[in-house]
Unconditional design. Structure first.
Ligand code: BGC
Length: 427
């Protein structure tokens, strides 16, 4: 039952600015809320009020003994207009970054995590080639503002999820439903990643730093044919894998844009990630050109299959493409009553500990409950419970388990018996 994490393995949590900060900056998610598109009607302007409570949250992270923290910054807050930079916001983030570092946390900064300023959205966002310069200007600003403090960056979070939800399924802003547009956005995001990768390295090098690490956080899943012997199911699984994650990883790792992706401008072939960033949540069981879940699978409160081995399958596939250290930049689950999160943590960390792959870090999604995009506040992913009315934070059982396993460097029999043994998944 027990396992030991590899020496030097780092654990922590990941988060995104829009999901925790609160505040009414002029961005596409505050707008989406005003359009009545959040399922439970909750307002991202409330969220966990982290923009005002960051010190308290940093103290709590440090009390849990986290080694690493992946966090975001809000583009719309920093640049309320294309030609405006709010210096007070930069000063705010600098203060927060310094405080987190004083607390001993190693930081990984995400530049783009699904949210756009409205001025960018109204110009057509990432769907238009002429807009990409705004993102690259923002990247430059970020590195000039924080590059003396932060050496590790994620350029873009989950380009495939963003392109799919915002431009193909229409669930997220701007709510479009076009396969070709989704592919254009994916290609543009891969291009942005590559240019941002180069920019970040160049700028920090000029600043005199040689420890820069840059990657992209890829949402990866296993696509499994519902019936392995059914040819059609197998073809759908292959197609989904190709369109959803194959194309984008190839483009962003190597600058290779395969059919039907087209690079918006010339890109040199190369290697554009310093580590492999993987956000892993689930497996899709496929019988048509769509997501699907096995009826007999353990599931979380959003109905996603819990499939720990999939994490290793995805990591092995990426490592087969490019030999780089692997960071699990997100992994976690919606468990509204914290009934099985300890088991979930245990199962996912165990497969990591037992794998031969060079997986070096694990960022749990999420530190505290937060604004879960169109699910709003009703889907809880945190190690820390948030009472949104009072904004009170309470460490959950899973948070205590996470802290204890970090301390122990793994899970021993005692921890297993105390936190995991009794927990069961539901089906
Ligand atoms: C995203 C997060 C999100 C999490 C859980 C990931 O796809 O990066 O922003 O909250 O999944 O749905």
């Amino acid at each position: 039952m027990s396992f030991t994490l590899k020496p030097g393995f780092l654990l922590g949590t990941a988060t995104a600015a829009t999901q925790i900060e609160g505040g009414d900056s002029d961005h596409n998610w505050n707008d989406w809320y005003r359009r009545g598109r959040i399922k439970d009607g909750t307002d991202p302007a409330r969220s966990t009020d982290h923009y005002n409570r960051w010190r308290e949250d940093a103290d709590l992270m440090s009390a849990l003994g986290l080694h690493v923290y992946r966090f975001g910054i809000e583009w719309a807050r920093i640049c309320p207009a294309p030609d405006r930079v709010d210096k007070t916001v930069i000063a705010h983030y600098r203060e927060e970054i310094c405080y987190l570092q004083e607390k001993g946390l190693k930081l990984l900064l995400t530049i783009h995590h699904f949210t756009n300023p409205m001025w960018f959205e109204e110009k057509g966002g990432f769907a238009k080639r002429e807009n990409l310069k705004y993102f690259l200007d923002f990247t430059e600003l970020v590195v000039r503002s924080f590059g003396d403090l932060v050496s590790e960056y994620i350029t873009i979070n989950e380009p495939n999820v963003y392109a799919t939800n915002s431009f193909f399924l229409g669930h997220w802003p701007p709510g479009e439903r076009s396969f070709t547009k989704a592919l254009t956005v994916m290609a543009n995001l891969a291009y942005c990643h590559i240019k941002a990768y180069e920019l970040i390295h160049q700028i920090r090098q000029k600043m005199g730093y040689h420890d820069t690490k840059v990657s992209c956080a890829h949402h990866l899943r296993v696509f499994e044919p519902a019936k392995p012997r059914n040819l059609l199911h197998r073809i759908y699984a292959m197609l989904l894998d190709y369109f959803f994650q194959g194309l984008i990883t190839q483009a962003s790792f190597f600058g290779e844009f395969s059919w039907p992706l087209k690079a918006p401008a010339a890109v040199r072939r190369g290697e554009y990630v310093d580590f492999i960033g993987i956000n892993y949540y689930t497996r899709s069981t496929v019988s048509r050109f769509d997501d699907g879940v096995r009826a007999d699978a353990p599931k979380n409160d959003l109905g996603w299959e819990i499939y720990p081995e999939g994490l290793i399958r995805c990591a092995a596939k990426m490592y087969g493409l490019l030999k780089r250290p692997i960071y699990i930049t997100e992994n976690g689950t919606c468990d509204n009553t914290d009934a099985f999160r300890c088991r979930y943590l245990y199962d996912h960390l165990k497969v990591i500990a037992e794998s031969d792959l060079p997986i070096e870090r694990y960022y749990h999604w999420c530190f505290c409950d937060n604004f879960e995009w169109i699910e709003g506040e009703s889907a809880r992913f945190g190690l820390v419970h948030v009472d949104y009315e009072s904004q009170q934070r309470t460490i959950k059982r899973a948070g205590k388990f996470f802290a204890a396993l970090i301390q122990a460097g793994g899970v021993n029999q005692e921890l297993y018996d105390e936190y995991v043994k009794e927990q069961k998944y539901h089906f």
